[in-house]
Design a protein around this ligand. Structure first.
Ligand SMILES: [Zn+2]
Length: 252
């Protein structure tokens, strides 16, 4: 059912959460837009103007690696100053109450961790852009260090093992993180309430999770500004602002 208004949406969501034992929040770009993080995939978003650099091109040339880092540093103001929004805080409250054991996210902005959810309980399907990893030895690098080297030499630095250093995100053409995928599948199969929040649910294989949960008997809530392909099978569909809908669930 599509909630007729905000009040109905909140009342119905409250009832669903209260009657659930295990809630699994699954989040996409929509939860972070009120935090100033743009939705890259949206019409007019960055990716429609600036074609993302596929993984094979990143590997193939220093020029592309330099370009990838130049773009990342250009975004740093937005990422560095973003703070968790009402949606993040509501989900952190759900986590602290024990109803949600983890959050599965398509976001790379680290805002769930910043809202108080332990890093090991944030399942990141597309990685994390707030730090970098060596693609060979997986040594972690902080962005400030990469930027210093980049600005001093004009080129993206390599790891001490000579591997390429890349933000810890999953690029187009890069393998999905196996561990995160497996954990997300397990969580989707074992929850009894799946909350799809701010995701258009079109990016596969991530979009398979709500279906998996529903097939296992879980209730499904779709909270997204735009309609999704899953609205028809959802138990509750809300097209209001995420922050407005979730604000009452923030524990004080
Ligand atoms: Zn290395």
């Amino acid at each position: 059912m599509i909630a007729a208004d905000l009040e109905t949406a909140i009342a119905r969501l409250t009832a669903l959460i209260e009657s659930a034992k295990v809630v699994l929040p699954f989040t996409g770009a929509g939860i972070s837009t009120e935090c100033g993080i743009p939705d890259f995939r949206s019409p007019g978003g960055l990716w429609t103007k600036n074609r993302p650099i596929p993984f094979d091109e990143f590997l193939a040339s220093q020029q592309m690696r330099d370009e990838a880092w130049r773009r990342r540093f250009a975004m740093e103001e937005q990422f560095a100053h973003a703070k968790p929004g009402r949606g993040h805080r509501a989900l952190a409250s759900l986590y602290k109450s024990g109803k949600a054991r983890a959050v599965v996210t398509q976001n790379i902005d680290n805002l769930h961790q910043a809202s108080g959810i332990a890093a090991q309980d944030v399942i990141e399907l597309h990685g994390n852009t707030t730090y970098a990893l060596c693609l060979d030895c997986e040594k972690r690098y902080e962005l400030g260090w990469v930027r210093e080297k980049f600005e001093a030499s004009g080129r993206a630095p390599d790891c001490e093992c000579s591997g390429y250093i890349k933000t810890a995100t999953i690029s187009f053409g890069q393998a999905m993180p196996e561990d995160a995928m497996r954990r997300a599948e397990d969580l989707a199969a074992s929850c009894d309430l799946f909350l799809a929040i701010g995701s258009s649910l079109v990016v596969w294989p991530a979009a398979g999770f709500p279906l998996r949960a529903k097939q296992n008997g879980a209730r499904l809530v779709v909270l997204n500004r735009e309609p999704t392909d899953f609205d028809e099978i959802a138990d509750l569909v809300v097209h209001d602002e995420i922050g407005e809908v979730l604000a009452p669930f923030i524990a004080h």
